[in-house]
Design a protein around this ligand. Sequence first.
Ligand SMILES: *Cc1c(COP(=O)(O)O)cnc(C)c1O
Length: 333
Amino acid sequence: MKLKHIEKTSLGFFPTPLVELSRLSDFLGGPKIFMKRDDLTGLALGGNKTRKLEYILADALKQGCDTVITAGAAQSNHCRQTAAAAAKLNLECHLLLGGVAPPKAQGNLLLDYIFDSKIHWTGSNRKGEDIARIFAELKAAGKKPYLVPYGGSNELGAVSFIDAVAELQQQNKGPEFSHVVFASSSGGTHAGLILGKKIYNKTFDLVGINIDKDTNATLPFDQLIEQLVNGTAKLIGLDYTFSKNQLILNSDYVGDGYGIVGSQENEAIALTAKLEGILLDPVYTGRAMAGLIHLIRSGKISKNDEVLFWHTGGAPSLFAYSDDLTFSQADVC
Ligand SMILES: *Cc1c(COP(=O)(O)O)cnc(C)c1O
């Protein structure tokens, strides 16, 4: 079947590296562990949103928009990458950030300012509830705004992770992975990987580690991913229907909720740093790696498996979380 071609604009450097984490694997006495380094996409300190924005902002340009608007948490990696991409593409960028302005800008927020984005603080509205109002205000002011969805997770964003599976397939000279483990939050990465797995006949289990308790979501997360997969299949002309019953979404590691850093994230960040010289972030990849480590220790992923951890980025927020991070010398012998 010929799939529909969707245009994208170049924002990052691909393929991102595929590396083996042999010291972490030895330390855990576990399976071979590989990592797909989407923290190195190259756009403003990298991350998985770069892939999505290549498709989403191509659409914004095609529609003749001059302004983009999106939303997220104060330490949103998505907002930071959107701000950088907008700068490169000569688009004015409006960010709706949850909470109130902190006394000092750090991490992603600092970068948002450096990229000259216009920041609107939205208090307890963390997921873009105020977007319609600001969108209307921008229009009334004569701008042509384009709405970039929360987390870059719409059908266009998801398409980029179909490409990512093709990219991985080209790079992987070894046996097929048994599991692909990654942080799942707004669903676009997960949905795209599901479709990439289908299109390229991959056999790995796609293990999304849920990082958010998602208490005020309008749609249960599994339903949202199901809709996104099926909507994206339709967009590209793929005859496929996905059911949420097929979804692997592990919510065992959400801890005290979004962005609340506990001992599991601290251990995962410390181990990956000390053994591999690779930085994870406290909100997403630290939690997802904690999940992977626990799945290995509890035997749910066995020594004979061959695992890929998809590093989705996020390390710039480490600086903003310095009060929550510990530096125990006892984690690693
Ligand atoms: C956004 C993000 C994710 C989650 O990706 P989704 O496509 O929103 O599920 C994971 N890790 C990092 C670092 C992110 O910024």
